[in-house]
Design a protein around this ligand. Structure first.
Ligand code: 26Q
Length: 806
């Protein structure tokens, strides 16, 4: 088999490029090896497709799939990574050349990467799950840092070719908008399971014009008009919206969502009809469809529309849709919840709006029958009285649940009402859905709510990215962990001084590798003997990179004043992309870079303190970072981070979590022990109380250290893009904390509340680190107890408890 791949590779190189292997550029080699591997799996893939057609199956609808680099992953899954590496080496080729090939970044962050982990896990665990999404021409922008500011560039990921996708012209379908008709052309990517013959499919749609080129227009000298249709069609799948946890109500975004949902449903229906004809009674038994957040929720009315077109009544179609779909919520942040303006929807997809109106009417009838068309019981007993006084109609419980509420269509409400299940992505998140965000819905449909704590694939996030630790683990407990991460718990009995020393040696090696890469990539020198304290994730106020930055300034001042004589040298490493339109997030990046410049150039401290903001943090960078962390920063305001999955990647690789009681941190600490992690700050209950009674300015006035730290935003030591101090972006950051803004209270993520606790916890970890055996033991305990955070566990729970596949 391995020889086949190499023979195939040599042949492909000759056929495609008329070159010997040694002459190929990295991109050409990538293309040829990729094709050779695809040739290897053809039969297995076809067989798996046939098997799936004959069983109940599930589909994962997602606007994002953040796959990362596929070459190493696929070689690993096929079990030939080491052999191919050696065979290439024999030809004088270093397998690391593929590091030059960009990874496909068809996603923003957590939600898109989760989708990719799920595909890997489903394929490996023989779960018949296929993905449906969009083949964006440009993925998430590439980030560079210029003078401390984020600069964005387009991500033309296909410029290196794409050997993994097969274009399937024969499965092209038509998608219609009020003002436009386009072709949806599918590209299939094989999702190769590890240690199984099962191969699943990720089908990504590209938009194309019905007619590329209008000759009549051209002949009339209307050259622009001649290509207008082509451009308008291709624009639909041109670029991924770079927002993460922030809703943007743009027409093009709506077109993207409807485009891939309609195409995917037509595809599924076509396949269903080939088997069952026009009888839809078996549809909901035939498949389950998981909606990855609200981005594909337009699928619900679209399926009903398509079934009605085929002769079903609304009620029959609704019933099928409700049984078929399930919905995953990934956020509690109100600014991230999708609410489409009904006029905009009507302009783009009027027929779908008619269905939504019918669903809303059905909701009204259902809830009225349940007795909910009654005035809201307000805690302050004012609603009725005030309404009378003002002669306004009394607001009813039902009013607050309408799918069409005023001018807005609430996609999360539509999803909960017209699907079989709603799930959160970590225990605490599901609890918040039930008693806060969706509490009215939980009260009526408690049986629909489930929790499915996220996970990550250990193949990429341990096996591939940390071969040294993988080997140590396999030496101790065998290799079963690759397909069953619970096996890691067997390490618990084996942790002794000797094992900890071996673990520490590996950690040091991974830190050296990362330091070398950062030196090359970002031009900053780090000493691997420093503590590596790392926060990598999208830049968002709720994730509180600013809290981390403030704590570093506090430590900086204490060091300068000689107050931390025993401080263990620490490198604070950041990586984050800010949405291009998110001014405050960009200001925070600049602030961190200003701190880095100050600290790294100050000879008083730079033998103890380093700060680096790495550019263009992405999946491939993450693979270098996760194994090299001593401390994993997970410091969101309690109740804001739905789950987090970076926290799990760090844990598996043996880092301690410095974090709040939020998202999956809660379960991480439950598994690995509070004594092996560093938990600080206000919990959800306290945060909820503080919301009515919080005075950050009082904290600022009362605490000279905090005052000094906050004032670094305006005291003139940093430049922030303004001509003079106070004119750039930092003054607004400070103001957002002390004064608030028109749309929020002062310090709405409670940075000042948590800052003192946070500094204490950070310094506690800093001191603990000195006992290398004790600290290494904590790290290893984290690895040993991370089994439950495999996405294999998560996907099997989806398969059993939501999709009823097993
Ligand atoms: C919506 C409308 C228009 C444009 C963009 C969007 C949009 C895009 C992406 C809204 C949200 C997202 C991404 C959300 C996300 O990544 N959520 C994360 O999901 C992870 C997987 O469940 C969790 O671990 C994280 O806690 C959660 O923040």
């Amino acid at each position: 088999m391995k020889n086949n791949i190499i023979d195939n590779l040599i042949l492909t190189a000759k056929n495609e490029y008329c070159k010997e292997l040694e002459e190929l550029s990295p991109a050409e080699l990538h293309e040829c090896l990729g094709r050779a591997m695809m040739g290897e799996i053809t039969e297995k893939w076809a067989k798996a497709k046939k098997n799936h057609a004959n069983s109940r199956r599930a589909y994962y609808f997602s606007a994002e799939f953040l796959m990362g680099r596929m070459m190493y992953n696929n070689l690993y899954a096929m079990g030939v990574l080491d052999q191919v590496k050696k065979l290439l080496a024999d030809k004088g080729i270093d397998i690391n050349v593929f590091e030059e090939i960009d990874d496909a970044a068809l996603g923003n962050g957590g939600l898109g990467r989760l989708a990719a982990c799920f595909l890997d896990s489903a394929a490996t665990q023989d779960v018949p799950l296929d993905g449906y999404g969009i083949r964006y021409k440009y993925g998430l922008f590439k980030q560079s840092i210029e003078d401390g500011f984020q600069v964005e560039r387009a991500d033309d990921w296909q410029s290196f070719g794409d050997p993994w996708c097969i274009r399937r012209n024969e499965d092209t379908v038509i998608v219609k908008f009020a003002d436009q008709v386009v072709k949806a052309v599918p590209y299939d990517m094989a999702v190769i399971g590890y240690g199984t013959d099962n191969i699943n499919t990720l089908r990504l749609w590209e938009a194309e014009a019905l007619n590329d080129f209008d000759f009549l227009q051209f002949n009339d000298s209307h050259y622009d008009a001649a290509v207008q249709d082509k451009n308008d069609a291709e624009n639909i799948t041109k670029v991924l919206y770079p927002n993460d946890n922030q809703y943007e109500g743009k027409v093009l975004r709506l077109k993207q969502q409807y485009f891939f949902c309609s195409a995917s449903l037509q595809d599924i229906i076509k396949r269903y009809k080939a088997k069952y004809g026009n009888d839809y009674s078996n549809f909901a038994n035939h498949c389950a469809i998981q909606l990855n957040d609200t981005h594909p929720v337009i699928s619900i009315p679209e399926l009903i529309r398509l079934l009605e077109l085929d002769g079903l009544s609304f009620d029959a179609a609704f019933d099928i849709a409700q049984k078929t779909f399930a919905y995953t919520n990934h956020t509690v942040m109100s600014e991230a919840l999708e609410k489409w303006d009904i006029n905009l929807l009507t302009d783009v997809i009027p027929d779908v709006v008619e269905i939504i109106k019918n669903i809303d009417a059905r909701l009204v009838a259902d809830l009225t029958a349940k007795g909910l068309n009654v005035p809201v019981e307000c805690e302050c007993a004012c609603a009725k009285a005030d309404a009378k006084k003002e002669k306004e109609p009394v607001k009813t419980k039902l009013d607050g649940m309408r799918i069409i509420d005023g001018n807005l269509v609430h996609m999360a409400r539509l999803a909960v009402y017209a699907s079989s299940y709603t799930n959160g992505v970590a225990w605490i998140h599901t609890e918040i859905l039930k008693d806060d965000v969706l509490k009215d819905w939980y009260a009526i449909y408690p049986e629909r709510f489930q929790n499915k704590t996220n996970g990550v694939t250990q193949r990429r996030w341990l096996g591939l990215c940390n071969p040294q630790l993988s080997e140590l683990i396999s030496d101790k407990i065998g290799t079963k962990w690759v397909r069953n991460l619970d096996e890691l718990s067997k390490l618990n009995d084996k942790i002794d001084e000797d094992l900890v020393k071996q673990f520490n040696a590996i950690k040091l090696e991974k830190k050296q590798e990362l330091a070398d890469y950062i030196a090359k990539h970002d031009g900053v020198q780090l000493d691997p003997n420093f503590i590596f304290d790392i926060q990598v994730k999208r830049l968002h106020e709720y994730k509180r990179q600013l809290l981390n930055a403030f704590s570093i300034m506090a430590i900086y001042f204490r060091l300068k004043e000689g107050k931390l004589p025993n401080f263990t040298p620490t490198a604070f490493i950041f990586g984050a992309k800010a949405a291009p339109g998110y001014a405050r997030a960009k200001a925070i990046i600049k602030y961190i870079n200003e701190i880095a410049k100050l600290v790294n150039n100050d000879p008083d401290v730079n033998d103890k303190l380093r700060v680096v903001f790495v550019a263009n943090y992405n999946v491939s960078y993450a693979e270098k970072i996760m194994p090299a962390a001593d401390i994993s920063e997970q410091i969101s305001t309690a109740g804001t981070e739905a789950s987090g999955t970076g926290n799990m990647k760090f844990m598996i690789n043996g880092a301690v979590t410095l974090g709040t009681f939020d998202g999956a941190n809660v379960e991480i600490v439950q598994q690995a022990g509070e004594e092996n992690n560093y938990i600080f700050g206000a919990r959800v209950e306290e945060i909820n109380e503080l919301k009515n009674n919080y005075d950050p300015k009082a904290i600022y006035e009362a605490n000279p250290e905090i005052k000094k730290v906050i004032d670094t935003l305006i005291d003139g030591r940093f430049t922030d893009g303004g001509n003079k101090t106070g004119e750039g972006s930092f003054a607004e950051l400070r103001q957002s904390i002390l004064e608030g803004a028109s749309w929020h209270q002062p310090d709405h993520y409670f940075i000042l509340r948590d800052l003192p606790d946070y500094i204490d916890a950070k310094l506690k970890a800093n001191t603990d680190y000195k006992d290398r055996i004790a600290f290494g033991t904590k790290c290893l305990k984290n690895t040993a107890n991370s089994g439950t955070f495999s996405s294999d566990r998560t996907i099997l729970q989806y398969a059993k408890e939501l999709w009823k596949l097993m």
